[in-house]
Design a binder for this molecule. Structure first.
Ligand code: HEC
Length: 148
């Protein structure tokens, strides 16, 4: 008899669960408008996160792989131009092939070294104390590119 009671109990329980499941499903359908609103509010942060990650990748792709450092042209315009546009103190002028010919012949490594450590009238780092070595090299590349 104990077994029978147990079976009845199991039947009763398994009968109840589907009913409970159905009733909650029905509620969802009934409250769909309100629930949709509540759900979209709850989902909003996730949507924003997805957008934020999109935004993060967009500049990286569109920035030309700058990786946060400034371009050679930007450094030139901000710092080097002061002397290299006018040829002040005998600085080789941007675009003046003759000024640069013999210097380019020394090799890029020598020119990078002059820009970073200074060379005669050329001041160390071109007075750009917040320039990284990479940025200084990029600005040398820029000047050399424009002057041959
Ligand atoms: C205060 C003036 C001044 C500024 C600013 C300046 N330069 Fe110069 N630079 C010179 C002068 C003068 C020379 C020529 C040096 C010589 O041959 O006596 C020179 C020469 C150079 C040379 C050739 C060096 C060689 O070995 O022949 C490079 C490369 C150079 N500058 C890079 C730069 C870069 C890059 C910047 C900016 C980050 C910069 N300079 C900013 C004055 C300046």
């Amino acid at each position: 008899m104990k077994h029978l009671k147990a079976i009845v109990a199991i039947v009763a329980l398994t009968g109840l669960f589907p009913v409970a499941g159905c009733s909650s499903e029905k509620e969802e359908v009934k409250l769909s408008a309100a629930q949709e609103e509540a759900m979209s509010k709850r989902l909003a942060p996730e949507g924003e996160l997805a957008l934020a990650s999109d935004v993060k990748t967009a500049p990286a792709g569109g920035g030309g792989g700058g990786g946060g450092s400034r371009s050679g042209e930007e450094i030139y315009n901000a710092k080097c131009l002061a002397c290299h546009a006018s040829g002040a103190a005998g600085a080789p002028k941007l675009g003046a092939v003759d000024d640069w010919k013999d210097r380019i012949a020394k090799g890029m490594d020598v020119l990078y070294d002059s820009a970073i450590n200074g060379f005669q009238g050329m001041v160390a780092r071109g007075l750009c104390n917040d320039c990284s070595d990479e940025e200084l090299k990029a600005s040398v590349d820029y000047m050399v590119e424009k002057s041959q």
